[in-house]
Design a protein around this ligand. Structure first.
Ligand code: PBG
Length: 330
């Protein structure tokens, strides 16, 4: 029955009615906090383009994870930010037993056994040229990079990482990593594939945080073209066939259509990465008094969940969890 029998406003009248009929809910259970680990002790370098985000030495990282746990964020995503001198052509610092992330994983496990430690697997933070793999001329050599991805993954699993998350966008990496993990006795370690990762301007602030901007060129020869949705389905299907346990779409807000399409087609848990630029935009506008950060953050995260994400990686995880714990509702 149309209007006037039907009046959709009836169920919007009060906050309690709205809560009752709300279709999508946020929970701290679904949030993952990205953290950056750097050398040293007692270090907390603020990242200029991301207020509230730091590069932490292992000891401070453990404190930071503890603060996240206190508000109910039980999963972190770890990135290593080695010193310049530790970088080389292939990114070998990423697979050392005493590597930054390996040490961080062990320290976090010792301090908080229940914390889920997801590790980003890539090379751009570890290579002296800032590209995500081994170079041949000015191009990233896919198959030579696969071998190193397997090394890095096994080394991180051995340190105690709970989830391996490759973000390099080489073809065949999920299958290669799966076989390497299984062969090394880590058959139970899941792979969260950055299956659909677009070459995006929204990674800008991250490259400050991780000191990982490419020294020449860009990542368009391996990350996806923003214009392509059908190709995104092929990327995801490949990774499912190769044994991915979870799929990710990245960035989140500009690609909600991709997330919704993936949700229809695949039954794997879906993650969305609300990336550095998405977070920085909220912070910058809020600092100018142009946006209400809390409300814009919660609306963004709700939209990402509504589009089909089961879990969200966001620099706002702690803020969102704090708001939820205080009974957030609009
Ligand atoms: C590493 C990596 C990047 C991000 C996650 N893993 C940067 C890139 O691909 O350039 C971006 C995360 C963010 O912007 O928050 N390959």
């Amino acid at each position: 029955m149309p209007f006037p029998e039907t009046r959709l406003r009836r169920l919007r009248r009060t906050s309690t009615l709205r809560r009752l009929v709300r279709e999508t809910r946020l929970s701290a259970d679904d949030l993952v906090l990205p953290l950056f680990v750097c050398p040293g002790e007692g270090v907390a370098n603020p990242v200029g383009s991301m207020p509230g985000v730091f590069q932490h030495s292992v000891d401070r990282l453990v404190e930071s994870a503890g603060e996240a746990l206190e508000v109910g964020v039980r999963a972190v995503l770890l990135f290593g930010v080695p010193e310049r001198a530790a970088k080389d052509a292939v990114g070998s610092a990423s697979w050392q037993e005493e590597g930054l992330v390996q040490r961080a994983v062990r320290a976090l496990t010792a301090a908080y056994p229940e914390l889920v430690k997801i590790v980003d697997v890539c090379f751009c933070e570890y290579t002296d040229h800032g590209h995500c793999g081994v170079l041949r001329g000015h191009e990233v050599d896919n198959d030579a990079t696969l071998e190193n991805l397997a090394r890095q993954s096994v080394s991180l699993a051995a340190a105690g990482a709970d989830v391996i998350a490759p973000s390099d966008m080489m073809d065949g990496r999920v299958g290669t990593i799966r076989r390497a993990l299984d062969g090394a006795g880590f058959a139970e370690t899941p792979i969260l594939s950055y299956a659909v990762k677009f070459a995006s301007a929204f990674y800008g602030p991250f490259r400050d945080a991780a000191d990982s901007a490419p020294a020449f060129g860009d990542r368009r020869a391996y990350q996806m073209d923003a214009a392509n949705a059908r190709e995104a389905m092929r990327e995801a299907a490949e990774d499912v066939a190769e044994g991915a346990d979870l799929l990710m779409v990245k960035p989140a807000l500009p690609y909600l259509d991709i997330l919704a399409r993936l949700r229809e087609r695949f039954d794997l848990p879906l993650a969305a990465y609300h990336v550095s630029g998405e977070f920085a935009m909220l912070k910058a506008a809020a600092e100018k008094g142009w946006l209400d950060y809390d409300r814009a953050l919660m609306e963004s995260l709700t939209a990402i969940r509504r589009a089909g994400a089961d879990l969200i990686l966001t620099y706002g995880a702690r803020d969102a969890a704090r708001l939820l714990a205080a009974g957030w509702s609009e």
